[in-house]
Design a protein around this ligand. Structure first.
Ligand SMILES: Nc1ncnc2c1ncn2[C@@H]1O[C@H](COP(=O)(O)OP(=O)(O)OP(=O)(O)O)[C@@H](O)[C@H]1O
Ligand SMILES: [Mg+2]
Length: 249
């Protein structure tokens, strides 16, 4: 079981969109996938399940005796299992602060699932707080989605700094699988940012850029993977190609 986090503390860069569509694409290729919604906004949960309410969420797993198993729900439409998120996650930094080993709660809770899944994907919130640190401690790899613009570079620098702190402070090394370009429009600034990511930070940029397309937004609204909703759309094709690229990376 490989655990990968989708992270960027910048909001709205398509972390959730990338998480659910890659998870669904992997599932459609026959892999056993678990998606964890580790964001108080719970956009991934809402995109997959609409307004459905859940007895147990990842919040219960982190703060109570609930096992990860007990919080798992299946989505037939997306083909994967999921642990939903909820708004209560927003207080977790304070709740877990006094606890010993607070950075590794998620990692410990996922241990029992090892035989059950090929991949676990964690959709992180736009912050580098304790929730994201828990995601990083549980992960071997990360994927960084960016909408290529000038400020993306500063964001990447912060993520790399956080990875260094985790390596030095907590003894856990996280590998950056690569950067996913989202909402791509063929503009000079986008090309410049992509070049800088490769040259200055020596990171792999996946060549399947995800183009900006209204179909992506529409697919969220009808609770489907974009490649089911609009199979011929360039964004759908890009996510499917990217999902294969990620498996080989
Ligand atoms: N390729 C795309 N084309 C058009 N719209 C997109 C694309 N990718 C994402 N979006 C839209 O951009 C918005 C933000 O996407 P998303 O929620 O996936 O980002 P996020 O990084 O998870 O945000 P947050 O930081 O709030 O968690 C959503 O409305 C989504 O539908
Ligand atoms: Mg999100």
């Amino acid at each position: 079981m490989k655990v990968t986090s989708v992270i960027n503390q910048k909001g709205g860069v398509a972390k959730t969109t990338t998480s659910i569509n890659i998870a669904a694409a992997w599932a459609s290729q026959g892999l056993r996938i678990l998606l964890i919604d580790l964001d108080p906004q719970s956009s991934a949960t809402k995109s997959v399940f609409g307004d459905r309410e859940f007895d147990k969420t990842i919040y219960d797993v982190l703060v109570a005796q609930t096992t990860a198993d007990e919080a798992i729900v299946n989505s037939e439409t997306f083909g994967f299992d999921m642990i939903p998120g909820e708004i209560m996650l927003s207080g977790i930094d304070i709740q877990l602060a006094p606890q010993f080993g607070r950075e590794s709660f998620l990692k410990r809770k996922l241990k029992n699932l090892h035989q059950n899944y090929d991949h676990v994907l964690i959709d992180c919130s736009p912050s580098l707080g304790l929730l994201t640190i828990n995601a990083l401690m549980a992960s071997k790899d990360i994927i960084i989605p960016i909408c290529p613009e000038y400020f993306s570079l500063k964001g990447i620098e912060l993520i790399l700094e956080t990875l260094k702190n985790i390596r030095v402070g907590l003894g856990h090394k996280v590998n950056v699988k690569g950067v996913v370009i989202t909402r791509y429009k063929n503009r000079k600034i986008a090309r410049e940012v992509i070049e800088k990511v490769q040259e200055e930070y020596q990171l792999r940029v996946f060549t399947d850029y995800i183009p900006d397309s209204i179909a992506v937004e529409e697919a969220h609204h009808i609770h489907q993977p974009v490649f089911n909703y609009a199979p011929r759309n360039p964004a759908s094709k890009a996510y499917l190609k990217l999902s294969k690229g990620l498996l080989e990376a």
